[in-house]
Write a protein that binds this ligand. Structure first.
Ligand code: ZN
Length: 192
C-alpha cells in the first residue's frame, strides 16, 4: 500500500482516505500528504526532534511553500516586463516582435532603416528581403508598438560573437529610435 509515481498498479482514485468516502484526487491527496508529512528539525545536521502528525505546523509549511512559488512567479513576470517598452500616453506596455536580421556589412539597409520615417511603404517593403546571417555580425530588427495609439520604437540590435563564440548584443553598436504610427503599420504589414 505504498504510493508509486510510475503509472503502474491501481489508480489512486480507486482508494478512499481512511474511513471517509472521499475518493483520492488532487485536492484530497494534497490534504492527506500535508497532514501526514513528518517534519524533521535539524541543528547543525543533527536531528534534534521529530514532529509527527502536527497538522497545523504542516499546513503552515505548506502555505509558506506556496507563497514562495507565487512570489517567484511574480518576480519572473517582472523580469519579462522589465525589457518591455511602456507607452506613457496610453499607460500600457508595448508589444514587440523581432522582424528581421541582416548583415551589418549591408550599409545600404543600415542607413535606410535609420531613415525609415522618410520611406514610402513600397520602399519599406524593399527592406524586408531575408538574408542568411549565420554567425556573422548582424542587426536584429525589433519593432515595439503600442496597441492603443500605434506609436512605437524601432530597435536595431547589433549582434556579434562574444569571446565564447556565442552571439550576443553589443549595446554600444545598437540603435533605437521612435517611429510614427504609419511606419509601425507599414512594418507590421511586412512582418505578419
Ligand atoms: Zn500608446
Amino acid at each position: 500500500m505504498n504510493l508509486n509515481y510510475k503509472m503502474v498498479g491501481e489508480h489512486v482514485s480507486n482508494y478512499a482516505i481512511g474511513d471517509s468516502d472521499e475518493p483520492l484526487n488532487f485536492i484530497s491527496f494534497t490534504k492527506e500528504m500535508v497532514n501526514r508529512r513528518t517534519i524533521n528539525f535539524f541543528i547543525r545536521k543533527r536531528a534534534v526532534g521529530e514532529v509527527e502528525g502536527n497538522v497545523v505546523l504542516n499546513w503552515i509549511f505548506f502555505v509558506i511553500d506556496g507563497l514562495g512559488s507565487a512570489l517567484g512567479s511574480i518576480f519572473a513576470m517582472g523580469f519579462v516586463i522589465g525589457s518591455k517598452k511602456y507607452c506613457d500616453d496610453c499607460k500600457r506596455y508595448m508589444k514587440e516582435k523581432s522582424i528581421l536580421k541582416f548583415l551589418s556589412t549591408d550599409i545600404d539597409r543600415t542607413i535606410k532603416f535609420q531613415d525609415i520615417e522618410r520611406l514610402s511603404p513600397d520602399q519599406i517593403k524593399g527592406l524586408f528581403l531575408t538574408t542568411k546571417v549565420g554567425r556573422n555580425d548582424h542587426y536584429e530588427v525589433v519593432v515595439h508598438w503600442c496597441e492603443g495609439c500605434d506609436n512605437g520604437y524601432l530597435e536595431m540590435k547589433y549582434m556579434q560573437k562574444n569571446s565564447k563564440g556565442k552571439m550576443e548584443e553589443n549595446t554600444n553598436m545598437s540603435k533605437e529610435f521612435k517611429i510614427s504610427p504609419d511606419t509601425v503599420k507599414a512594418i507590421l504589414e511586412q512582418a505578419m
